[in-house]
Design a protein around this ligand. Structure first.
Ligand SMILES: *Cc1c(COP(=O)(O)O)cnc(C)c1O
Length: 364
């Protein structure tokens, strides 16, 4: 740290992204990217003609992408916000709606804690239950005499399904959260929602709850992690607030090529759905194989599984896999340090992963 660094940030612990090693080829199951290339229309959109257009600024109103999103999600254009990754949408949501603090689980996407600190938003972390599910009553406040709940007096952010557990909450629970906390915003981070077995997105609920903001990303199910595009859907007044912050910070937040890629990715629903189906199939395969090797595997509705070996610590397994060219994600938090988060890749990658785990277990 230089002696010039603003004291407001001197205690900041930045987010630790998953490794993106360049030293050799790994089977990369550590950052929940898609094993499949972007849709064919995306590959065609990235061409020389488009590169020539880079001399021009991108559209600060993001019109083409907002229009495509509004059609795909059956909402008005005024109900759509587009960010440089959903991380940017989340950061603006914390800035916009975090005045009274924000509540989220102790075990969840670790970026929440970082952006809370960055924006001087008080973080209220509620422990997950022993089975790693969210206790909804922690987010409702006290019951009122006339029915309903008092609310908890601050905003809420929940990843649904949660990460790194992979466990979802229901529409009924989200409705309850919005009704109990009508004076604060409830943010539902749906980075993994497309991998659920049945329709899980809370986007339709945004019509009923003016305090509900849903974020999604192109990084996982749409194979565009490197393009950095995410979006938020909610009541037009909430979107307006996010736009005020975006236009005060970086009105050209999504570049021309990424915007084009995102539009093309959204159009190809058949390719998208087939890829999600393949991930679900490979997830079931991976869970079954790990359980045969006496792992405990949480019931996941995402493109990863969270698994604990009965023979090897989480750290030891992570290390042994890495030495053999397979990268998974390990977290040091004591509650989950015996687990690893394993991204679901192609069938070949998952077969290779299982084979490597077997070799490791045979050697101990
Ligand atoms: C990956 C992820 C995101 C954001 O990803 P972007 O690439 O910034 O869109 C948001 N929330 C969770 C829980 C994630 O895992």
């Amino acid at each position: 740290m230089s002696r010039f660094f603003h004291s407001a940030y001197s205690g900041l612990t930045p987010y630790t992204p998953g490794e993106q090693p360049q030293d050799k080829h790994y089977i990369k199951l550590n950052t929940n990217e898609s094993p499949f290339p972007p849709a064919p229309g995306v590959l065609r959109a990235v061409n020389e003609a488009e590169a020539r257009e880079l001399r021009l600024y991108s559209d600060p109103e993001l019109k083409s992408l907002k229009k495509q999103l509004s059609e795909s999600f059956q909402v008005d254009v005024s109900e759509v916000f587009v960010g440089n990754g959903s991380d940017e949408c989340l950061n603006y949501a914390f800035m916009a709606f975090g005045e009274d603090g924000i509540a989220f689980p102790d075990i969840t996407y670790s970026f929440y804690k970082v952006i809370a600190r960055l924006n001087n938003v008080r973080a209220d972390q509620k422990p997950l239950q022993a089975d790693f599910t969210i206790r909804i009553s922690d987010y409702l406040g006290t019951p009122c005499a006339e029915g309903g709940f008092s609310g908890i007096g601050r905003a809420i952010v929940l990843a649904n399904p949660n990460a790194p557990t992979g466990i979802p909450i229901t529409h009924a629970e989200i409705s309850k959260l919005c009704e109990a906390n009508e004076d604060h915003v409830v943010v539902i981070d749906e980075a993994y929602v497309d991998f659920a077995d049945t329709a899980l997105s809370a986007v339709p609920l945004t019509k009923h709850y003016p305090n509900l903001l849903v974020t999604q990303t192109f990084s996982k199910s749409r194979s565009l992690a490197g393009a950095r595009v995410g979006f938020a859907i909610g009541n037009a007044a909430l979107i307006q607030d996010l736009e005020t912050l975006r236009n005060s910070n970086n009105p050209y937040n999504v570049n021309r090529i990424s915007m084009k890629c995102a539009v093309e990715a959204l159009k190809d629903t058949a390719y998208f759905e087939e890829n999600c189906r393949r991930i679900r199939e490979n997830r079931a395969f991976t869970k079954e194989q790990l359980e045969k090797l006496s792992f405990r595997v949480l019931e996941s509705q995402t493109n990863f599984v969270f698994a604990e070996s009965m023979q090897l610590s989480g750290q030891a397994l992570y290390q042994a896999l890495k030495e053999r060219g397979v990268l998974v994600r390990h977290f040091n938090d004591p509650r989950i340090s015996n687990f690893n988060r394993i991204t679901i890749g192609s069938r070949e990658e998952m077969e290779q992963f299982i084979k490597t785990v077997k070799e490791i277990l045979e050697q101990i």
